[in-house]
Design a protein. Structure first.
Length: 180
């Protein structure tokens, strides 16, 4: 089995405050991994380091073998994430939000459109694709956010079998998809 995530001595200091202390762990491909701890334990900081929003003070991590510091763009191609708060723009339609999500991750236009169509159909949102997200319920907005996280990752989670009807709820907890 291949390592999906390998964290090696990951550390983050904010001034004199140690937020993450030489963290080491591995997640194997296909494994579901829970990241639990009390407020202030460093969970969000660790995730932010893994996805490139925060630079580690020490250590590194690899996403499907790609170093998050030296090969950040390749590492990010294998990450899809849904935050607790939606990162969807309410003034845009669901379709426009998905196209934007894919563009951020440098997914080509035809591939973005194909992924968005496939995912919207799978999530039962295709008929709402042209509606502004600001008019959606909280649940539909969150589903649109979930779809957006998969449009920007590679390969398509549907091709990886993550969103079969029996596994949909579990797949939404998975941050990392299969490697290319």
């Amino acid at each position: 089995m291949y390592k999906a995530v390998e964290v090696l001595g990951l550390t983050k200091w904010y001034g004199s405050i140690l937020a993450v202390d030489h963290l080491n762990f591995e997640i194997q491909e296909g494994e579901i991994f829970g990241f639990l701890g009390p407020n202030g334990a460093g969970k969000t900081t660790t995730i932010k380091m893994l996805i490139g929003l925060v630079k580690p003070s020490e250590g590194t991590a690899k996403i499907f073998g790609f170093d998050i510091m030296k090969e950040a763009r390749d590492a990010k191609k294998n990450i899809g994430i849904v935050w607790e708060e939606s990162n969807i723009y309410p003034e845009l339609s669901a379709w426009e939000n998905l196209m934007f999500s894919g563009e951020i991750y440098h997914v080509g236009k035809k591939e973005r459109q194909a992924r968005a169509t496939e995912l919207l159909e799978k999530f039962g949102l295709y008929d709402r694709r042209n509606d502004k997200v600001g008019g959606f319920s909280k649940g539909v907005t969150y589903s649109t956010t979930e779809v957006g996280s998969f449009v920007g990752s590679s390969p398509s989670p549907l091709q990886a079998g993550l969103l079969s009807p029996a596994r949909r709820d579990v797949a939404l907890l998975a941050i990392f998809t299969e490697a290319l």
